[in-house]
Design a protein around this ligand. Structure first.
Ligand code: PMV
Length: 351
């Protein structure tokens, strides 16, 4: 193994998984930055993974970002550089970095790769720079890039509170775990309804909702109530109540967005919602949640998996159904910080 100090290299690799919000974050506080206006609660997904390697290298003249084997576009690169700049400021680090990130799930799968992407990047970048930040601090770093990424640092069921009005982005604001992955037996079926990318990004969609929706106030008032009830139902392991409230949160979020002209659904989204109502009428508990896109994510009990899966596969317009379960948080796969006393590879979860 080479000496990291001698080569001027500090490197670390981390993994993280996407998460799906059961109670939705939709809307930021007005003070600037990415502080949520409403609380959210998500489940981190096993089986789908982002793996990111960050290497600070004295011989680099600028930061590089390679995503799934290809040089990333300037916008994506700019967001990565922004996070690296925060890490450099915290570590007194001056070297540029090469970031290599791979998703083992398709970008247009309806699972936001930004959550797992920024969670893995935040963990790998801090460790590559030799920063021993604890889980809340790394979660806060990820949150500044994408608020939902703050939740992917942790496994199982994870909460991100609402910021106080006037909260500032510079203050530490992290997600926190609420219950372990095995707390509630659950399967999440991602029903993919298009291969295309979303038209309106989540930041733009939520900003427009709060600015012009006649139902923005209703959403901001109702979301914390749904969240509190969902949290209680989760802690009581009440699947039916969790599912009903998760669907209510998604429908309220989308209703407020639609009234602002922010429409993420397509025909298959409605067909899928109808199929779930039919399943429930027949006695099978299965519920929908929908993010900033047309795909429907179904929450079901493991014992109903075969029935729910086959019902969703036959919905007109549903192209594919991916299966996920509650899983673990971000983890360090290997690290070698320059100047570190030991060059041994480290492995472990951040939480
Ligand atoms: O953090 P962002 O900008 O990816 O926004 C996430 C918004 C939703 O996915 C729709 C809801 C959520 O809480 O994840």
């Amino acid at each position: 193994m080479t000496d990291a100090t001698a080569t001027g290299i500090g490197t670390a690799t981390a993994t993280a998984h996407p998460n799906v919000a059961l109670s939705k974050y939709w809307g930021k506080r007005s003070g600037g930055g990415k502080i949520p206006a409403v609380p959210s609660l998500s489940v981190t997904l096993a089986g789908l993974e982002t793996r990111t390697q960050v290497t600070f290298d004295a011989s680099l003249v600028e930061d590089r970002f390679v995503l799934d084997g290809r040089e990333a576009d300037p916008l994506a690169r700019a967001r990565v550089v922004e996070l690296l700049d925060r890490v450099r400021a915290g570590a007194g680090e001056e070297r540029r970095a090469e970031v290599r990130s791979e998703n083992d799930f398709p970008t247009a799968s309806g699972l936001a790769s930004s959550a797992s992407g920024f969670a893995a990047l935040a963990l790998a970048a801090t460790r590559a720079a030799g920063l021993d930040w604890d889980a809340p601090r790394v979660s806060d770093l990820a949150r500044r890039s994408s608020a939902s990424a703050a939740r992917s640092l942790f496994g199982g069921f994870v909460e991100l509170a609402a910021g106080e009005p006037g909260a500032r982005d510079e203050e530490l604001f992290a997600a926190r775990p609420v219950a372990a992955a095995d707390h509630l037996p659950l399967v999440i079926l991602v029903c993919v309804t298009t291969e295309g990318r979303k038209a309106v990004g989540s930041s733009e969609g939520m900003a427009r909702t709060l600015a012009v929706s006649p139902y923005a106030r209703a959403w901001l008032d109702e979301a914390p109530r749904i969240h509190a009830r969902l949290r209680d139902a989760l802690l009581a392991r009440d699947f039916g109540e969790v599912g009903e409230l998760a669907e209510a949160s998604a429908l309220a979020m989308h209703a407020s967005a639609i009234a602002a002209g922010v429409m993420y659904w397509n025909g298959a989204t409605l067909e899928a919602l109808g199929a779930l109502r039919a399943l429930r009428a027949g006695g099978t508990l299965a519920f929908a949640t929908i993010d900033a896109g047309p795909h429907v994510k179904v929450l079901a009990r493991p014992g109903d998996l075969a029935r729910v899966r086959s019902a969703m596969k036959s919905v007109p317009g549903v192209l594919r159904v991916l299966e996920a379960r509650p899983g673990e948080g971000a983890a360090l796969v290997a690290s070698r910080a320059s100047g570190a006393p030991s060059l041994a590879a480290a492995r472990g979860s951040v939480a």
